[in-house]
Design a protein around this ligand. Structure first.
Ligand code: CA
Length: 185
């Protein structure tokens, strides 16, 4: 276990090293980071390192994106604090990949984004996203609904919302910052 964990952290460290020295090879928006100032770029690298430290086991796949579980789960950080995840400046845009469902930290698809591409039940806390979802984009095919779960005062998990295919820029006060688990399909 310890050896495995140190291996994962080692892999994460390699990812960070690559992040610092190469311009996000394979990033869907390779030019996006060019618009960041040096200070903003350093802050992004710091937030990426923090995400990997708190939630190890991921692989850096873009300057602001970490892939977990062989791509089944991705965490995409906003290029700048409070901004949209990708691309820079595209606020108010549901930008989830086809076949995936994405949850966003803030309204109008801003802040950190987590995306899920495979069926199963996932604990959002595993990626640092518990009680954070405010907007979402379900871009799965075939009308598949994602189910969101909360935990009640007795620790019991219950489903409290279903995400139909489409998007919602703001879930509203009663549902805001409540999601603990997701079943994408
Ligand atoms: Ca939120």
């Amino acid at each position: 276990m310890n050896r495995m964990r140190s291996g994962l952290i080692g892999a994460a460290a390699v990812g960070i090293a690559l992040l610092v020295t190469t311009p996000a090879v394979g990033s869907p928006q390779p030019a996006a980071t060019a618009s960041l100032t040096k200070s903003e770029s350093q802050q992004l690298q710091s937030r990426m390192a923090e995400q990997l430290r708190r939630h190890p086991g991921g692989t850096v796949v873009a300057s602001n994106e970490i892939s977990y579980e062989n791509g089944a789960v991705k965490v995409t950080l906003p290029l700048k604090d409070g901004a949209a995840p990708v691309p820079a400046g595209a606020t108010g845009t549901p930008n989830c990949d086809s076949g995936s469902v994405c949850l966003y930290e803030h309204d109008n698809f801003n802040g950190t984004r987590v995306s899920y591409t495979q069926c199963g039940i996932y604990n959002l806390g595993d990626r640092g996203f518990i009680d954070k979802m405010t907007s979402w984009h379900n871009n799965q095919t075939g009308g598949v609904r994602a189910v969101m779960y909360d935990v009640d005062g007795n620790g019991r998990i219950y489903d409290y919302d279903q995400l139909v295919v489409g998007s919602n820029p703001n879930v509203g006060r009663s549902l805001n910052d409540r999601a603990n688990y997701i079943r994408p399909c």
